[in-house]
Write a protein that binds this ligand. Sequence first.
Ligand SMILES: [Mg+2]
Length: 226
Amino acid sequence: MSMKIQFGILNLFLLMIGSVMVVGEEKLPNDIRWIRQSIEYRTLCEQLFRQATVVILRKVKTEKNSDNLAVVVDLDETVLDNSLYQVERWKAGLSFTQDSWSEWVNREEAGLVSGAKEFLKAVRKKGVRVVFVSNRMNKNLEPTRRNLLALEVLAPNDLFLLRLDKDDVKEVRRREVNEGKARMKKVGPLKVVGYVGDQMGDFPSGQAKEFGKTSFLLPNPMYGKW
Ligand SMILES: [Mg+2]
């Protein structure tokens, strides 16, 4: 066989392997790929949680009354990593629906956002109450608790304010935490020394200068109200 034909066959072979690889491993969209594969995302989250720990614990030290302090922490893409749900929906050519989301939540397969575990441990150690304020529906509280428990980020003292209905926005729940009313009546008013989340709705509005001081924002390029 001549050299030229041999090269021709080799090229054809390589071309075939190449196309099989492209079809078999279709690249995830940048947003999901960045969350699932980049070291930058992981490092940013760890950095954010470390900074939040330092700033919040410094504040705790200066508080005279330290038994009513709390951090308000979001769940999805703050403590829980749901990028697998995003991968599955994308592969199926589908987008977010409330039903598929609820199904995912009930599978209890969310992963852990890097740095969250250490942060929660550190603030609890100083007696700061962890209040999870999440837009997961309250009917899915138990699978959510079990998922957190399996990831070792749940403590018996933690509180949950999940969403009851459409009107039960986070602003309403933050007020209950601050004023010790409604669902927080038994606990009483808490002084929030830190908010952690990945959406602007996770933070009190109109307080842009609080970021890095009381409010700590994680990156989430996969979804949001933008
Ligand atoms: Mg979130």
